[in-house]
Design a protein around this ligand. Structure first.
Ligand code: HEC
Length: 384
């Protein structure tokens, strides 16, 4: 006989949370997906709020009162579980009960540190204008650490469910879909035939958990080239004449004349085409210096710059740079582009004067990937 254990709202909550977490995970690597990441976060907040309320008003098995138990009961459950003979609970068992509470609290903190980061660093969302840049930076660190802890908790949770399915012979994953479980009599009738001497030691259980958790992390972080491979973060792409994204190959003359001889080259994706035309059209007065080139070199460099100007770039920085420049203005300094100014105004003048930085235009001092056109938030480091 089947007993209805999980009501429909609880099951819907569970699987929608899985989907929203997956969405948040896959949009977390690149700023390009930040908007979608934020949407996932707000959906998660809504789901969790619902679950907390449902924990007081839902059916019997969905209530906190049913599964949040004292430490004595948790302890004795764990002891029995290690011997592979845990007492059966129709709802959440006492150990999982606390995991549920932990996950709910963890998720709420993750969402709020996310909103704080979004507010302080992007000036958007519920906390825009309220959170300082420094606080947002701290919030982001917490957000990242807790997200990793959540991943570990999810992996452990999946391991525990599989363990339940394969070792304790009860398909609890299926029951989270159908909502039903076997009644106590037929269950005990069935498991009686499982031999107790099959029970592995606590050590084996611990090894099982460690191996699966590490395995899960390895899956996420290692092959084939780390998570960067997923978003192609390191490679700046530009659109060719037909509008296809292609890898940008630095032009040798540009490299020679602009990126090595005088300064580290400003990446072409940092300014719109009109700016590059203006800059390349006035080389006899290049920020106070005469850096005139022969016509052939000048033409080649300009062609390269135009092939990868901000309009052609697929990076978020380029898009925001373009959006920030008023239509009738042609910027000739990256450091005067409104988006650049907005992103760096919280950095004190003293920082730019440090020996390790020297000037605002020494981008590579703080952005290690600057020469390749990468300004990823996570790579930024301000030298002391
Ligand atoms: C003193 C260190 C420092 C220098 C020098 C510096 N930056 Fe930054 N930059 C930062 C910091 C810190 C941020 C993060 C600001 C934020 O997220 O609100 C940032 C953010 C950015 C961003 C936004 C990243 C994004 O997510 O889109 C871009 C683009 C950028 N910098 C470009 C440049 C360029 C181009 C130069 C050189 C002309 C430069 N920066 C010089 C520290 C620096």
């Amino acid at each position: 006989m089947k007993i209805r254990v999980w009501d429909i709202p609880t099951r819907l909550f569970h699987w929608m949370l899985v989907a929203a977490y997956a969405g948040a995970f896959f949009t977390s690597e690149s700023e390009w997906f930040l908007e979608y990441h934020t949407i996932a976060g707000y959906i998660i907040l809504g789901l969790v709020t619902f679950r907390v309320l449902w924990g007081f008003t839902g059916n019997r098995y969905s209530r906190f009162g049913d599964f949040v138990k004292g430490f004595k009961e948790v302890g004795s459950f764990v002891k029995e579980a290690v011997r592979l003979k845990p007492p059966r609970y129709l709802g959440h068992n006492p150990a999982v009960g606390w995991v549920v509470v932990f996950m709910l609290v963890l998720t709420i903190v993750i969402v709020f540190t996310g909103i704080a980061t979004y507010g302080g660093e992007e000036n958007r969302g519920a906390l825009a204008g309220v959170i300082s840049f420094e606080a947002a930076n701290a919030a982001r660190k917490v957000h990242l650490i807790l997200a990793d802890i959540a991943i570990a908790a999810i992996i452990t949770h999946i391991c525990a469910a599989l363990f339940h399915d394969f070792v304790l012979k009860e398909n609890i994953i299926l029951s989270m879909i159908t909502g039903t479980k076997e009644d106590p009599e037929s269950w005990s009738e069935r498991v009686e035939h499982l031999k107790p001497e099959d029970a592995p030691s606590a050590a084996r259980l611990a090894v099982w958990i460690v191996v699966t958790v590490l395995g899960g992390f390895a899956l996420i972080y290692l092959p084939p080239e780390g998570r960067g491979a997923f978003t192609g973060r390191e490679t700046v792409q530009v659109l060719d004449d037909l509008g296809f994204a292609v890898l940008l190959k630095p032009d040798p003359v540009w490299k020679d004349e602009c990126a090595t001889s005088c300064h580290s080259g400003f990446h072409p994706t940092l300014l719109p085409a009109a700016s590059w035309e203006k800059i390349m059209g006035s080389l006899q007065d290049h920020y106070g210096e005469d850096v005139s080139l022969d016509d052939a070199s000048r033409a080649e460099i300009l062609k390269f710059l135009l092939s990868a100007s901000a309009e052609r770039s697929t990076t978020e920085a380029s898009r925001k740079i373009l959006n920030s420049i008023p239509k009738d203005r042609v910027e000739s300094r990256i450091t005067e582009v409104p988006y650049w100014v907005a992103k760096h105004e919280d950095i004190k003048e003293e920082v730019f004067k440090r020996k390790s930085v020297m000037s605002k235009s020494n981008c590579v001092a703080c952005h290690p990937g600057a020469e390749a056109g990468s300004f990823e938030d996570k790579d930024i480091r301000i030298p002391g």
